[in-house]
Design a protein around this ligand. Structure first.
Ligand code: 6PG
Length: 260
């Protein structure tokens, strides 16, 4: 395995931002993190839990991770979704379909270890309630308990959204529920279902994969200006680790003064 070295590193109040030459280097570094975190979780608890995001940015990593057949401890890993568009699994917009095609269909993970958000009936709200039940059952939560994922993998939109928690929406302000239905905010084509910040912020390791120059403004506003109008600014682990894996275009405004 090639060792991926960041071209730059910045520390922030609650985490660090590592910039890499390209998506391939991000994927290698994310793979090193995945293997380290999963091995430690399996040693500690006997299994590893991860919640994965959709979108384009994580696809190179999912494809790279799919090449790890042995030693990936797939029989002790459980994969959940951070969020889902409220579409049939067969839809080209389905996060579950993308994660199956780029990763899960290529590794020997038991079917019972894959936990998609069900979108084949009801409403985004009822699907969120069902996912809450699944999280509660799997993590054996007491009343009011919050699951602790070993890893949550996030992306970020140019508007600073993460998961399906969009600026100014009730979902982004949810502090009690584990999962919520998301009505179509402006510009969204589909309703969604998303885990909430209480779940994200309880994770042992939160990893952002952010690529593209269109994200540079939001990256600066979240990391350097802590602009709380941007949902990604509310990713603040209660005790876990937070790392941003960025490509150079996405990090180009970091460490500059003024409004460049
Ligand atoms: C989704 C994702 C979403 C994504 C961001 C960034 O369902 O689309 O969960 O939060 O991470 O929109 O998307 P890109 O990686 O495609 O820029």
């Amino acid at each position: 395995m090639n060792r991926a070295e960041p071209v730059s590193k910045l520390d922030f109040h609650n985490g660090e931002a590592l910039t890499f030459r390209d998506a391939g280097q991000i994927s290698e570094y994310a793979l090193q993190m995945w293997l380290r975190i999963s091995e430690a979780a399996i040693m500690r608890n006997g299994f590893f839990t991860a919640a994965l995001s959709g979108g384009e940015s994580p696809i190179p990593f999912y494809r790279r991770l799919s090449t790890v057949r042995e030693g990936g401890c797939w029989d002790k890993s459980h994969i959940f979704l951070v969020d889902e568009r409220f579409v049939p699994y067969e839809s080209g917009e389905s996060n579950y379909r993308m994660i199956r095609e780029t990763l899960l269909d290529h590794v020997s993970i038991p079917e019972t270890h894959v936990h998609p958000i069900r979108t084949d009936s009801g409403t985004p709200q009822s699907a969120a309630r069902e996912y809450e039940k699944e999280l509660t059952s799997f993590f054996r939560l007491q009343e009011g308990g919050i699951p602790v994922f070993d890893m949550v993998l996030l992306g970020m939109g140019s508007d600073g959204h993460t998961a399906s928690l969009f600026p100014g929406t009730p979902a982004a302000s949810e502090t009690e529920r584990l999962a919520v239905g998301v009505m179509k905010p402006d510009g969204l084509t589909k309703e969604r279902v998303s885990i909430t910040f209480p779940v994200i912020n309880h994770a042992g390791n939160i990893v952002f994969i952010i690529s593209g120059a269109d994200k540079a403004g939001a990256v600066r506003d979240v990391l350097e200006r802590a602009d709380i109008s941007l949902p990604a600014s509310h990713v603040d682990p209660s005790s876990g680790a937070l790392v941003y894996l960025l490509d150079e275009p996405a990090s180009r405004l970091l460490g500059r003064q003024g409004n460049t």
